[in-house]
Design a protein around this ligand. Sequence first.
Ligand code: MOS
Length: 719
Amino acid sequence: IDSPIAGDQVAEVNLPASANPNSPYAWPKERKILSTRVNRIDGPLKVSGRAKYSYDVKRPGLLYGRILRSPHPHARITSIDLAPALAMKGVKAAVTIAKPGGKVMYVGDEVAAVAAATEDQARDAARAIKVEYEVLPFLASVEQALRPEAPPVFDGGNVKASQTEEEGNLQAGFAAAAHVVEQTYNTQVQTHVSLETHGCVCEWEGEKLTAWVSTQAVHGTREGFATSLGIPQANVRVITEHMGGGFGSKFGPDVQGIACARLAKEAKAPVQLMLDRREEHLAAGNRPSAYAKIKAGVSADGMLTAFDAETWGTGGAGASSGFPLPYIYTFPNRRRVHKDVYINAGQQRAMRAPGHPQGCFITEMLMDELADRVKMDPIEFRIRNLPPQAPNAMWREYFKVGASKFGWDKRHATGDPAPGPIKRGMGCAANRWGGGGRGTQAQCEILPDGGVVVRCGTQDLGVGTRTLIAVIAAETLGLQVKDIKVEIGDSNYPFSGGSGGSTTAPAVSPAIRVTVSKALQELATRVAPAIGVPAAQVTASNGRVHARDAPSKGLSWADACKRLQTTPVSVNAAWEAGLSASGSSGVQFAEVSVDVETGVAKVDRILCVQDCGLIVNQLTAESQCIGGMIMGVGYALYEDRILDRNTAAQVNPNMEWYMVPGMSDIPKIDIMLMNQPERGVIGIGEPPTISTAAAIANAVANAIGVRVRSIPLTPQKVI
Ligand code: MOS
C-alpha cells in the first residue's frame, strides 16, 4: 500500500480549520509517535487467539441460551407452552419473549428462549417449546407490497410516504435542460455480517448484573439493560474486552441480551447466549434497499438544471429506509418524494454510514449518464457541479490529485474497444461524512513504579481504539507506546459514548489528551522542587521529566515517579473543544475487468483519497479505509439478502450463499490519507465505505459500454 502523507503532495487545499491552536492541550507541532504507523497493542493477543471475546467468557456453572424463532413471516401467537422444554434433560430456565395475542412479523422474529447445561440441550429444548400460531397474510417483496391489492399487513398501511422535499422551480429547470435522462436505479438489502455474531454472557450476584456483551457501546448497553429490566444503572456492569465488529448493529443489549439476563436470573446461574450465523442474517439488522426513479436535466455546457425523483425502499417489518439524495452535487431545481415500504422481513439497523452508500450509488450512476450525454469527462463534469460551499475545494483537489495518481487519462470513453472477452473500465465517486465526537471522560494514573494506566469507558470494535489511546498518552508523557497500560471496554470506567457515526476518535482523543496532560501537570507539581524550577516550567520528553528550556535539568521518568512515594497521581478529566472536529470528504477511483462471456466482474484496483484531520495512527487510519472499501466491494458485487417469494424466508442466511469478498476478490488498494493537523482529530470509520460501490459500478459501465443500474452486479445482471 502506497500511502504518502498527503500534506506533502497537496499544496493548496482550502480547509475549514477547527482545532484551537491556543488550547493549553493543543496537539504538538512536532509529533514523535502521533501520526506514525503504530501496530495494534492488542495485535499479538488477537492473532494468537488469546484475546477474549464474549464467546470466550466461560464462567463456572455456565449455561447456554437458545432462542426459539418464528417459522412464519406473519402470524398471531395463540399460545406458548414452555413446559415441554422445561421437562427436558439439562434445561434450567425458559422465558417467553413474545406474548400470546401478540404478533411475529418475520421469519426469525423472537418468540421464547431457554437455558440448558449444553448448547445441544438448549437447541433441542427450544424446539420443544409448543407454540400455536394463527398464520396471517404476509408481504415477501417490495413489488408485492406496492400493489394496490396487497393485503393490509401493517397497521397504518404497508407504505408510509414521507414529506416531499422541494427547492427551486422544476419546470424552469427542465426548460433549461439540453438533455434529460430518465432512469431507475436500485440497491439491495445488505445484512450485518460481523465476524463475531451478537450475544453475551449474563451473571447475577443478588440484584447486580454483570454482562459480557459484544457491543459498540458499553455505557449505552448498561443503560439498555437497566431500562428493560427495571433496575438502577448502578446495578449493571457491561464488559467488552474485545469484539469482532459491529458496524452499527451492536449499540444495546438487544432482544437476545435481555432474554439472556432473564434466563440467568431464573436459572440462578450464568448464561451465555450467542446468535448463530443464520440468526445473525435474519434478526441482527441490515442496510435497507433503495429504489429511485429519476428524471434529471443537464444544460449543453454541462451544468445540472433539474432533478425529479420518486424514491422508495424497505427497512423490513415497519422500519424506515431513508437515504440522502441527491448526494453531494448541486441540482438547482429539485423535488424528491420518498416512501418506506414495509415487508415481512428482518428490520434495518444502522450500518456503516447509514443511507450514504445508497444515495451515493444512485447519484454517481446518474452523474456518469449525464456526463455521457454532454460528452464530458466524468471528473470534469463532477467538478463543475460541486456545491458552492466547503468542502468543495477539497473534492476538487482530491479529484485532480487522485485522477493523476490513478492514471485516469488512460480511461477510454465508453465500452472497452479491446478485442476478446475481458473488458476493462474505470469509474469514480465522491463521499462526505460528519462524525464529530464529544462527551468522553477518562482517568489517568501515574504510579510510583513509573507505570501509567489510562482508563476510559469506550470500546474497541476492532479498529484500534486501545492503540489510539496509548499513542496519545505516550506522546503527551514523552514515553513509548509500550509504557502505557490502557483499560477500556467496561462501564465501570469513566463515561464515553457509543462507537458509532465515526465519533470515537474525535470523542476519545481529546479526553485522553486533556486527562493525561493534567496528570503530567500533577506529577510536575510534585517533582518541581527536586528539579529546581517552578512546576509550570516542567515538561516531559524522551523518558525524562525536566525543565522546559533545559532538558538536562531534570529526572528520569522512573526517578520522578519514585518521588510520588505512597501517593500515586490519579486524575479524572473530560473532553474539551478545540482538539477535534467533524467532517471528512473523499473521492475514490476503481478499475475493473469484466468477462463479457461469463458476466463476472473483478475489481483490479481502487484508489482512495480521504481526509481525516490530524492522523493519530497512520496504520489504523489506513485500515479503516481498507476495511471500508472491502465492504464496498461486497456491496457492489456480491452481498444480497434473497427472500423466497413464497415464504418470505431468507434463502441465503449463511456465508456460503450470502457472499462476502474473499481474499482473491480484494483488489490492489492505494490510499492517500490527507493529514490535516490543523483541524484536530476526525473519525473516518464510515466515509471510506460510502463511495466504493458507486465507483465500481461506474467502472463496470465504462468497461462494457452498457449500464447496469442495480447492485449487486452479479454475473446474470452483467451478462
Ligand atoms: Mo455506525 S452505522 O454509526 O456503527
